[in-house]
Design a protein around this ligand. Structure first.
Ligand SMILES: Cc1cc2nc3c(=O)[nH]c(=O)nc-3n(C[C@H](O)[C@H](O)[C@H](O)COP(=O)(O)OP(=O)(O)OC[C@H]3O[C@@H](n4cnc5c(N)ncnc54)[C@H](O)[C@@H]3O)c2cc1C
Length: 378
């Protein structure tokens, strides 16, 4: 059975990484795809994104290897350093996609968005922005959708890919868990890549870990996770000073980089929230993917890749199943355990950081998680 025999017309709600991956895959399977995104500019917010071994393989499986390698920065090794900058350990990562594509890396979020957006439009997806779904009226054969701009449509399948605060999740699973604050906040800032750096680095401080991911040929971003149990509100103007304070105690290149953070530096500060749905990800002909069902923290750098894996597996199952119901059951069976592991282990690493668990225990959980996410998902 081909995908288009089961679902001739699909609506995707949300044009982030997961929604765009689904749109690309459905179009490649010959399905008519409408995509709506709430953001009138259909843009993306943020600095860079780490392409863990999982995330990079998923993007390559989607057919984006050449673009990502050209615009991003990919490498095979990762340096773990002391707070003073001396190298403690060099980890060598496996090339999961092919011998020709390095193991992991980074890319600027707007650059990844642009690559995927171009592919979506080229494949002939019908995109509308600045709107959402108002109602979903599902029956055994499909879903009648009313949009917030007054239009209506009839679809064989609706895919909710509308992120952490998913409206579609709220519509089909009103009793589902809500996003919860994890206790940490994430700091991000951009820098030029220092002379001689050819891979990501993490510096182990007494209170915080400080990391850098190379994300273009000449740029890298800083990430730092802070324990903020009271989740304080922070004014934009205080961010540069606070970040410099958190970087106190780091020596070597990290200390030099700290000095380049001016009072007008553009810094992103974001409290972390997570949600995980562990029972079925669909109700009738409406199915969810990505952060709508498994929003994780950045500890394994794998949230975006997990959303892409969802999209790939969803379309694979529709291509190989006898009915939509069977495909959605198989989708749950293949995706929920794997995505749950990414979320739960990321949260566990965060907990260990917040309770200052011994670094060797944190490293052990990190490497055990990496071994599992390196396993094939298809
Ligand atoms: C601080 C932080 C750092 C991270 N770092 C990494 C990393 O290094 N590597 C990695 O792989 N992952 C990382 N992640 C996770 C990654 O960003 C997410 O897992 C990924 O973006 C999820 O993709 P998505 O398409 O499901 O959701 P999103 O990317 O959130 O996209 C949702 C889309 O839906 C749209 N939308 C929202 N509401 C509606 C609505 N009601 N109607 C229509 N459209 C709507 C939005 O405009 C958006 O375009 C990080 C996450 C955080 C919070």
């Amino acid at each position: 059975m081909s995908v288009e025999n089961l679902v001739g017309k699909v609506l995707i709600v949300g044009g982030g990484v997961g929604g765009m991956a689904a749109a690309i895959r459905f179009r490649e399977a010959g399905v008519n795809v409408d995509l709506v995104d709430l953001d009138p500019n259909w843009g993306v917010y943020g600095t860079g994104i780490t392409l863990s071994i999982l995330t990079l393989r998923a993007l390559c499986d989607l057919g984006l290897a050449d673009d990502v390698m050209k615009v991003g920065n990919c490498y095979d090794n990762y340096l773990i350093c002391n707070a003073d900058g001396s190298v403690l350990h060099e980890s060598s990562l496996p090339r999961l996609y092919s011998e020709d594509v390095p193991a992991e890396g980074g890319i600027l979020r707007p650059a990844l968005h642009a690559i995927m957006k171009e592919r979506v439009l080229k494949k002939g997806v019908h995109v509308r922005t600045g709107l959402s779904v108002a109602t979903l009226d599902a029956d055994d054969l499909g879903v009648t959708v009313a949009f917030t701009d007054g239009e209506t449509g009839r679809y064989d399948l609706v895919v909710g890919a509308d992120g952490l605060f998913s409206k579609v999740r709220g519509m089909i699973m009103p009793d589902a868990p809500k996003p919860a604050f994890t206790g940490q906040a994430c700091w991000r800032a951009m820098f030029d890549i220092p002379e001689g750096w050819t891979s990501g680095r993490m510096f182990l401080g007494e209170k915080v870990k400080l990391g850098f991911t190379l994300c273009s040929p000449d740029k890298m971003y800083l990430y730092l996770l802070e324990h903020v149990p009271d989740n304080p509100w922070r004014e934009k103007s205080e961010l540069p000073g606070l970040l410099r304070g958190l970087m106190d105690g780091f020596g070597g290149e990290a200390a030099r980089l700290k000095e380049t953070i001016g009072d007008d530096a553009s810094i992103i500060y974001r409290p972390l929230e997570s949600v995980l749905i562990e029972d079925s990800w669909s109700r009738g002909r409406v199915v969810l993917l990505g952060d709508a069902v498994h929003a994780t923290t950045p500890h394994l750098g794998s949230g975006a890749g997990a959303a892409v894996e969802d999209a790939i597996v969803l379309v694979e199952e529709l291509a190989s199943s006898a009915s939509v119901d069977e495909a959605l059951e198989n989708y749950d069976r293949r995706r929920i355990p794997r995505a749950s592991l990414v979320v739960k282990n990321s949260l566990k690493i965060g907990q260990m950081e917040m309770t200052s668990a011994p670094m060797k225990d944190q490293a052990a959980l990190m490497s055990a998680s990496m071994e599992v996410i390196a396993q094939p998902y298809r």
